[in-house]
Design a protein around this ligand. Sequence first.
Ligand SMILES: [Zn+2]
Ligand SMILES: [Zn+2]
Length: 116
Amino acid sequence: MEQEASASGPQQPACKEEAPSAEPGALDCVICFTPYDRLFRLPKELSCGHIFCLECLARINVSSEDVNALTCPICRAPTAFPSRKGLPGLPTRCDLLEILTAAIRGHVASIWRNMP
Ligand SMILES: [Zn+2]
Ligand SMILES: [Zn+2]
């Protein structure tokens, strides 16, 4: 009588890839899916709290009838620009840029760590 070696031990589930601490997607503009930066894709906050990059807002603004206001593409709430400042006068979410910079730095660091 032959005995078969059975591997019936509890199998470990495959290791899940660890997600970065920063929420993926939160640092990208939801319109153009491009990460924010400090030049043309400044994260601008509308009065409804939604954030889009400056470039997309400018594109929406160009095609809108009221050049001094913007309709949020997500919730359709109107946002009036600060007088005389226009679109660039909207609050910039510098904290997002900080997170982004830190995330990129962390990503680069992890690449360096995995280098042979
Ligand atoms: Zn955008
Ligand atoms: Zn909105």
